[in-house]
Design a protein around this ligand. Structure first.
Ligand SMILES: [Ca+2]
Ligand SMILES: [Ca+2]
Ligand SMILES: [Ca+2]
Length: 280
């Protein structure tokens, strides 16, 4: 297990590579760019380095727009308040390295954006409010083990970090406010089943936690505010179709009760930007 920072030379090479492929399209120049004030989550697509976004505003799903290029094929997307300013930005996880768009222009700028090392190849990135102050911090999921950067140091520190066991190899990590009380909890998605740590103790309790069925094997889980209500719901992405649990019963009730959205295509990876005013 290696969670040590990569060498400065490696970082430099990575930054140069990303800089070379980055475009100059800015969020400010894009009228359909995700806005934290939009009143709902923004559905996002990561396609081999290109980002697309479909904001939800007042329960209305806006036209999708291309945001820019950040990252490359094989990366895993992540969206978070990386610097504690309350502004949510995109980022990618690449085999243990995180590259995050601090200045929010949807392009990698070596001097303005950030790169740090946390995790290793094969890990899945995750973000949640697991610092004592409730600030967002990163983590990785590795075959049922969660390495959480509780000290918000952007590196693995065994003294301040939190290591928990929840889930098993093959699961996909999820985080969300499962009980509507404003506290972010962990969970895993396993072939259509959701194991949610509703009681927040970072362990699976069959009696007091929540097991739900939503989606199927091969789906990618998503969590967000689907109608601008501030309530966090689950959903799945399946080859360009988003099945969103609009009524919050963690069951697919069809498109007249829940919401089916066409956005993206097979091979895309979904990401969600949820505005700060929503509980998450
Ligand atoms: Ca940038
Ligand atoms: Ca639990
Ligand atoms: Ca439902």
């Amino acid at each position: 297990m290696t969670l040590e920072p990569r060498s400065p030379a490696w970082r430099g090479a990575t930054a140069a590579l990303l800089s070379a492929i980055a475009l100059t399209i800015t969020l400010a120049a894009c009228r359909n760019s995700p806005s934290p004030e939009a009143g709902g989550s923004t559905l996002m697509i990561f396609r081999d380095g290109t980002w697309l976004a479909m904001p939800i505003s007042g329960g209305h799903y806006q036209s999708p727009a291309r945001i820019g290029d950040f990252g490359q094929r094989g990366d895993r997307p992540a969206v978070a308040d990386w610097d504690g300013t309350g502004r949510f930005r995109i980022g990618v996880f690449r085999e243990g390295s995180w590259l995050v768009d601090i200045d929010g222009n949807a392009a990698f700028d070596p001097r303005k954006d950030s790169t740090f090392s946390f995790g290793q190849r094969g890990d899945l990135p995750t973000v949640g409010n697991w610092t004592p102050s409730g600030r967002q911090a990163i983590g990785v999921f590795r075959n049922g083990l969660w390495f959480l950067d509780s000290g918000n140091e952007h590196r693995w520190n065994p003294a301040s970090g939190k290591l928990v066991t929840f889930g098993q190899p093959g699961d996909i990590p999820v985080t969300g406010d499962w009980d509507g009380l404003g506290r972010v909890r962990i969970g895993v998605f396993r072939s259509g089943q959701w194991f949610l740590d509703t009681n927040g103790d970072f362990t699976w309790d069959a009696r007091s936690d929540t097991l739900a069925s939503f989606g199927q094997a091969g789906d990618l889980p998503v969590v967000g505010d689907w109608d601008g209500s501030g309530k966090i719901r689950i959903g799945v992405f399946r080859a360009g179709q988003w099945f969103l649990d609009l009524n919050g019963n963690r069951h697919w009730d069809g498109d007249t009760v829940d919401r089916l959205v066409a956005f993206g295509q097979k091979g895309d990876i979904p990401a969600i930007l949820t505005p700060p005013r929503s509980r998450q």
